[in-house]
Design a protein. Structure first.
Length: 86
């Protein structure tokens, strides 16, 4: 009986880790890092990743999402304005 409970617990933790990782991947964040958060923190990890914002910005020219920190759009080459540049 104890073996069954242990295997079931590990399966649930892996499932929550995968769910957490997939939500993070859809938000342009690290699948593996958020898999670990979901695995170790269970439902709390899934809830945290569900409420964090997307790690992307929308290109004004083509409308596609590019990762934050990039200076050009990954799809059309549009150069994002940076207020630090003159």
């Amino acid at each position: 009986m104890l073996d069954f409970v242990l295997v079931l617990t590990i399966m649930i933790e892996v499932a929550l880790g995968v769910i957490s990782g997939l939500i993070a991947w859809a938000k342009h964040r690290s699948f593996f890092a958020w898999f670990l958060v979901g695995f170790f923190f269970s439902l709390l990890g899934v809830l945290i990743v569900a409420v964090i914002p997307k790690n992307a910005k929308k290109c004004p020219k083509c409308g596609e999402l590019s990762t934050y920190g990039t200076t050009t759009c990954e799809f059309c080459g549009y150069v994002f304005y940076s207020p630090t540049e003159d």
